[in-house]
Design a protein around this ligand. Structure first.
Ligand code: ADP
Ligand code: MG
Length: 276
C-alpha cells in the first residue's frame, strides 16, 4: 500500500534542564505503512512520546529525517500539511477538550483549517458517529466519562480528516471500561482505513496490532508481528516490560513440558489450545 511515514537515522537530543543533554532518540529507522496498525511499547523514558511528537512535526529531528507522506518535517513549508495528515491524541482527555459543548469541541479543528460552516457541520456529525458519540452532541464535555471524553478528542481529530492517528497512551488515565471503549474505537477506525500509531504500556492492547515495535533507551530494540514480539517473554521481562498474560501462561506451560504453539499471545488462542 506504500509507506506513509518514513524515519531515517533519526535522533532527538533535548538540551536538558541542567545543561546535561538528553539523548531521547538515537538512530531510529522506522516506516509506517498506509493502513497499518502499529503498536509502540517500551518502559517509561524509552522515547515513545518523543517519537510520537515527531510524527506531526511538534518537534524536529536533531539528526536524520522524518518524512510524512514524502514531506520532510524539518521544512517549515510542510508543517501545516503534515498536521492535517497526522492527528494526535494524548493521554489526558481533559487537556484536549477546549469547548463547552461536544459539537463545538469537535468543530474546533476544522474551523481552524478554514473549512466552510456547512461542511464543518457534516464533519462533526460524521466524526461523532465514527466514535459512537452522536447522542452526546449537545452535552457538556465535563459531564462525560474519561472514555467518552477521549472518544470526543478522537472525533475532534477525525474532523480534520487525517490519514493517520497517533495516540500516545490514550487509555492510561481511564478505567477498564473506558479503556475498552477507546481501544475498540481505534481498532474499528483502522479497519475502516485510517493508519494508526498506538503507544501503550498495556501489552494486551497491542496484541491485535499488525506490527509491534519495542523501544528501549531511545532505540527500537524489537520489531515484528505481535506473535513474534510477545513470544520473547524473557527478553521483554528483562527490559522491565510485561507480556500479555496468555503469552506468559503459555511460556510457563511450555516450561512444564506442554507442547504449545509459540504464537499464542491472546486469551482466545490459549483457550483454544488448551480446550481443543
Ligand atoms: P516515554 O514517552 O517513553 O516515557 P519520553 O519521550 O517522554 O519517553 O522521554 C524520553 C527521554 O527524554 C526521557 O529521558 C525524558 O526524561 C527526556 N525528555 C522528554 N522530554 C524532555 C524535554 N522536554 N526536555 C528534556 N528532556 C526530555
Ligand atoms: Mg510518554
Amino acid at each position: 500500500m506504500g509507506e506513509l511515514i518514513k524515519i531515517e537515522n533519526m535522533r532527538h537530543t533535548y538540551p536538558g534542564y541542567d545543561g546535561q543533554e538528553v539523548h531521547a532518540l538515537t538512530d531510529i529507522n522506522l516506516t509506517v505503512e498506509q493502513g497499518e496498525f502499529l503498536a509502540v511499547i517500551g518502559t517509561n523514558g524509552s522515547g515513545k512520546s518523543t517519537l510520537a511528537k515527531h510524527l506531526n512535526a511538534l518537534i524536529l529531528p536533531t539528526g536524520g529525517k522524518c518524512l510524512v507522506a514524502g514531506m520532510d518535517t524539518s521544512d517549515p513549508a510542510n508543517v501545516w500539511n503534515i498536521r492535517q495528515q497526522v492527528g494526535m491524541v494524548f493521554q489526558n482527555p481533559d487537556n484536549q477538550i477546549v469547548a463547552a459543548i461536544v459539537e463545538e469541541d469537535v468543530a474546533f479543528g476544522p474551523e481552524n483549517l478554514g473549512v466552510p460552516p456547512a461542511e464543518i457541520s457534516r464533519r462533526v456529525t460524521e466524526s461523532l458517529a465514527l466514535v459512537n458519540m452522536e447522542e452526546y452532541r449537545h452535552h457538556g464535555p465535563h459531564l462525560l466519562s474519561g472514555g467518552q471524553k477521549q472518544r470526543v478528542a478522537i472525533a475532534g481529530v477525525l474532523a480534520m480528516r487525517p490519514k493517520c492517528l497517533v495516540l500516545d497512551e490514550p487509555t492510561a488515565m481511564l478505567d477498564p471500561r473506558g479503556r475498552k471503549e477507546v481501544l475498540d474505537t481505534v481498532y474499528r477506525l483502522n479497519k475502516e482505513g485510517i493508519t494508526v500509531v498506538y503507544i501503550t504500556h498495556f501489552m494486551e492492547e497491542a496484541v491485535a496490532a499488525h506490527r509491534v515495535v519495542v523501544m528501549e533507551q531511545g532505540k527500537v530494540v524489537l520489531e515484528g508481528t505481535p506473535a513474534e514480539v510477545f513470544c520473547q517473554v524473557e527478553k521483554l521481562k528483562a527490559m522491565g516490560l510485561d507480556v500479555p498474560a496468555a503469552a506468559e501462561v503459555a511460556a510457563c506451560l511450555r516450561e512444564q513440558g506442554m507442547t504449545l504453539d509459540e504464537t499464542i499471545i491472546s486469551d482466545e488462542q490459549l483457550v483454544v489450545a488448551l480446550c481443543p
